[in-house]
Design a protein around this ligand. Sequence first.
Ligand code: GLU
Length: 458
Amino acid sequence: MRFAPSPTGNLHIGGLRAAIFNWLFARHNNGTFIIRIEDTDKERSTKKFQDSIIDSLAWMQLVSDEPLYIQSSFEDKHKKYLQKLLIAGKAYKCYCSELELQNRLGENCRYDQCCRERDCSSFVGSYVIRFKVPDHIKQVKFTDLIRGEIVIDRDQIDDFIIARSDGSPVYNFVVVVDDAEMRINYVIRGEEHLGNTVKQILLYDAFEFTQPEWAHLPLILSPDGGKLSKRDGAVSVIEYKDAGYLPDALLNYLVRLGWSYGDQEIFTKEELIKLFTLEGVGKSGAIFDIEKLNWLNGVYLRDTDSAALLDYIETTMKVPLQQELNTWNRDILLQAITIYKERTRTLCGLIDELRLLYKGSIVVDAQLSDKWVVHETALHIGRLVNLLESLSLWDADLIKELITSYCKQAHLKLPAVAQPVRLALIGTTESPSVFQLLFLLGKNESLKRLRSFVESLG
Ligand code: GLU
């Protein structure tokens, strides 16, 4: 099995899903998973994109079982195979320039085979090389492991170009040579490659190579049913890494996008390896649902040990959180992560909430303040400050007891006190329990923020 990205952009979600399916298929069948960078389109390929794709795959822990292959390093081999086809009369030089073709055939018209039979030996100037589709071919037929039998009629296939005018062979040619040489026996890739598959099958036959099994994955669709594009939000894998999604959550989500096993949603990697088969892949496009990914990421965050999350934030996301929140010791930071991970859906969200708690907020949400701050609020918070000050052990349970018993005595409902306390501590009412906030902040900092809140109320 192989994943063969072109380094002409960052790895996108659809490419990643193809990589995951190949990887799972290889693991399930005790096969070999390889990564081959297809950089033969020199104009559009860059080292920057190559590095970024490899980084994304490494982040997802999709590692090649063999050394990374770079397609351009096999250039000599590709050219040799090209010569073989020419010598065998299965390909020919075509001197028709693009302009000439346009004038003669108009836009998007099939090649009229002008150079196929004519004697071009005296021609000079640049030429491309075209594959000579054999006359006996009436249709190309193959069985797709996902879509079943596929038949393409001859009139859909023209003598396609296999080498550009600079002599470099094109993708459809090199991919066949490489896949055959690397003895790839399953090609699993996106449905957008169906048109290429037809050409590749003809080349397999021309070289008398054994064809691989083909499987074309349905498209990933946007919520409106169109092809997923930048307009629908993040499409490159790197953006998900940066936004604080966990690789295993993204993997779980993408596998379920197009593959199913009953209605089970959450799978460990081991389960996926055990259960993954191409029979479970659906034929129709799957809609990318960010809300579901967020939900799943939340589940994974809650299930991940807080120390492991902190380590991930620091080493993978490169956010030096302990250094940044340095008045908290590691233990408090871990407790804060444990409390906050219950309610966040991405690590960036978690980090933002921790920062807000650590720093507090100079601005208090005006609408919330109008709602929760009444005439007696200053009085109650002032009294609470005194009671809290007398606590000799700063413990979340004791803080809870103290505040609830104060509310009881003062005939107040808990939110009448808890919400203003939240506003005092972090400027908003969106937070974990107020007792936990006070506990995490520690006595001095909590009292300082509460006092200045009371002062601000005049
Ligand atoms: N280089 C091709 C792409 O990135 C890969 C096609 C294939 O898997 O054969 O679209």
